[in-house]
Ligand binder design. Structure first.
Ligand code: GAP
Length: 508
């Protein structure tokens, strides 16, 4: 007996809006799409760039202790041997021999169904927020079909990596609902391989980077040698990463090509790393709130000590309430000196730094805040998506969909409307303001349709401000109407007041 996760309507609404309004499209859609790959359309690329720019500005340009870097995607393969990725970067997978579907073993849950001490079968469920409820329902159905009386024991779900060999044939495949077709869990390598140069043999094998972090470690010496940094300091990088995920899913949450914003923050081995770790966690939370995520939607998942990698001192993930449940958004790890020592050993180059203040030479330890761009976009979209009811031009209350983006990251900052498109004096004035604002921000000009409909189109893509040029503008005092997306409130402002307001809201 198997149970399927219920689909989440908020996610469907977001995916639909993203496609309809040109934020995000499935990659290669004219060929039926390509699982785990997404393209960003005209509005999506603006949102993406704004998020990356906000991060870069706050984490690199506005800090004295962090330097930027842009390293290559394909690097010397020895880097991935030193980092441990060639040998260890894998996920446990399980195949269904009948359906040919593949699952991540740690995302496939199962439980024996026990009635009065007798195991009458198993249920399985693919990880989802309602998995316990779904599994209990499936167990009750199994009991009914088996014609068993008596009390059903509590359903205790375990993930498939914890299954015993004698259970493989008893656990039903989520694809077919029948037992007997699941394989034992096997390790699946996540790095994409390619070949570099004219030789086709194994010596040409290279990898698409699965994280940007190793590019930072590989350049650490270059940056130290340029002489501008002193402990503690960080190196930041934004860039593409590639992982051959077994089960890419939940839209852009887990994809095979994505982008990361990572910092390696180098500290003294004698530093109070726990306090510095806490400071980084707080900095990361504050930054997420600054781009519009609700503080109450962010929680901390502290990895238990017995689940940490052997070199890791501590890891805290910032979790966010995504439409498909609470999941990792930002990992903040204390990795000790593991990475630099590995590169020191494999490259034969010293990774020590001379700490002027302490008059000591050492290989620094590192704190690593690592955030996915695409996951941040999904978090921002989920938090911004709103449905409410507002009066239309005729005063009738209508449902509207809006994206409550912070002005800092909104793809379009303001829309400029002439009240009527057939009045040249209104159009000319609106065009002049549009051209002026366009020199500083991504703004939009729209003259077609009733003004209420024009507002609505902008609400749906998250444009925070609507600016209307009407007869008062040209005949009276030059003021324009400034409309707020969220409250729909309108007020008249002079052009100087408008520019000052936009500066504060967008660049502030
Ligand atoms: N250098 C450390 C590192 O890469 P990670 O937890 O594997 O750690 C860091 O990844 C962040 O990258 C995650 O918190 C997530 O935001 C993002 N990320 C990881 N895998 C992803 C995927 N397949 N699709 C989208 N984002 C991903």
């Amino acid at each position: 007996m198997t149970a399927k996760a219920s689909s989440d309507s908020l996610m469907e609404e977001i995916v639909g809006l993203c496609k309809r309004r040109g934020f995000i499209f499935p990659s290669s859609e004219i060929y039926g799409g390509y699982n785990g790959f997404y393209d960003y359309g005209p509005l999506g690329v603006e949102l993406r760039n704004n998020i990356k720019q906000a991060w870069w500005r706050d984490m690199v340009q506005r800090r004295d202790d962090i330097e930027g870097l842009d390293s290559t995607i394909i690097m010397h393969p020895d880097i991935w041997k030193a980092s441990g990725h060639v040998d260890g970067f894998s996920d446990p997978m399980v195949d269904c021999k009948e359906s040919k579907l593949r699952y991540r073993a740690d995302q496939l849950f199962f439980a024996p169904v026990i009635v009065e001490g007798e195991t009458i079968g198993y249920v399985s469920v693919v990880e989802c927020p309602e998995q316990q409820e779904v599994a209990e329902k499936a167990a009750a159905t199994l009991k009914r079909k088996a014609g068993k009386q008596g009390e059903l024991e509590a359903i205790v779900l375990k993930d498939y990596t914890e299954s015993k060999p004698e259970e493989y044939d008893l656990i039903p495949s989520p694809a077919t609902g029948k037992p007997g077709s699941l394989t034992a869990p096997r390790e699946f390598k996540l790095m994409f391989e390619t070949k570099v140069g004219p030789l086709a043999d194994d010596s040409a094998v290279a990898y698409l980077r699965p994280e940007t972090a190793q590019g930072i470690f590989a350049n650490y010496k270059n940056i130290v040698d340029t002489g501008r940094v002193k402990i503690p300091f960080g190196i930041a990088q934004i860039g593409k990463a590639f992982r051959n995920e077994i089960t890419p899913r939940n839209f852009i949450f887990r994809s095979r090509e994505f982008e990361q914003m990572e910092i390696e923050y180098f500290i003294s081995p004698n530093a109070d790393w726990k306090t510095l770790h806490r400071e980084w966690i707080d900095t990361c939370i504050d930054w997420l709130v600054s781009i519009g995520l609700p503080r109450e939607g962010i929680t901390e998942d502290i990895h238990p000590e017995d689940k940490l990698a052997f070199y890791s001192q501590a890891t805290t993930d910032l979790m966010f309430q995504f439409p498909h449940g609470e999941q990792e958004l930002w990992g903040i790890a204390c990795r000790g000196d593991y990475d630099l020592k590995q590169h020191q050993e494999h490259s034969g180059k010293s990774m020590t730094i001379f700490d002027e203040a302490a008059k000591e030479k050492y290989v620094p330890h590192v704190i690593e805040p690592s955030l996915g761009v695409d996951r941040t976009i999904l978090a921002v979209l989920s938090a911004a998506y709103t449905e409410d009811e507002v009066p239309n031009d005729k005063g009738k209350v209508e449902k509207r969909t809006l994206l409550k983006f912070s002005p800092k990251i909104a793809p379009v900052k303001a829309a400029i409307f002439p009240l009527l498109k057939n009045k040249p004096e209104l159009v000319e004035r609106a065009q002049a303001l549009y051209k002026k604002l366009q020199r500083r921000w991504n703004v939009f000009y729209d003259a077609s349709g009733a003004i209420g409909r024009r507002y609505r189109r902008q609400d749906e893509i998250g444009t925070p401000f609507g600016i209307t040029i009407d007869f008062d503008t040209i005949e009276k005092d030059g003021t324009v109407t400034l409309r707020d997306r969220d409250t729909c409130e309108q007020r008249r402002v002079t052009e100087d007041e408008l520019i000052k307001f936009l500066e504060e809201q967008i660049d502030g």
